[in-house]
Design a protein around this ligand. Sequence first.
Ligand code: SF4
Length: 245
Amino acid sequence: MTVNEASVSELRGFSAEETLTWVRTHFGGRATFACSFGAEDMVLLDMLAKAAKGDGGDIRVFTLDTGRLFPETYDLMQETHEKYRIPIQVVGPDTAELEALVSKNGPNLFYESVDNRKACCNVRKVHPLSRALKGSEAWIVGLRRDQSAERSTVEKITRDTSQGGIWKVCPLADWSWEDVLAYVKANEVPINRLHATGFPSIGCAPCTRAVKPGEDPRSGRWWWETGAKECGLHPTTHGRAVAGV
Ligand code: SF4
């Protein structure tokens, strides 16, 4: 089935489950889910795992292991493996690239300058992501509009020009944080225990801290910097609708 601008417009009114079904129908094994183990991604993983028990288990799942994640995140990865028993490909940084970066700048280079921080994110996240997406025609992510000002116009599907124009699908684009927690509770989905201690958004341990109630959920990421709180995984396309939709 061909994906085109007209078919994309259908997705605006779809639930998250309907969106995942649509992705399976249109892309099958050519779609992949990037699981960060945040609460949103645990919701999507739960939905995909349930679909896998039926006829929809062909969407590949991968995660980016930067090597600097919280111990709590690794605990959740283990718990997820034991609960769902679905294969999750772990994609890490290129060894030579990482060794060169850390040898030259030290392990905590990100605190020294924005350029150093971006260099670290590139080596540990952005380059591995490009490798993980190679050959895919669509990738699924857990972005929501109310996560931050930068994400306030996220669409359910866009062309991702930063990844060669493959489709980027956000089934939870119109979900609130409360919707996420309600699904987690109703479906007994395991989530990172850091969420209960002031971490709505969880990234690498040295670059994430807790936020106070009412603060921007992503303000704990790279808190020493000002401006947009993005690492380069979602740089340009999520705020724009597909042309004509
Ligand atoms: Fe490096 Fe921090 Fe980016 Fe993680 S979030 S890749 S530790 S700069």
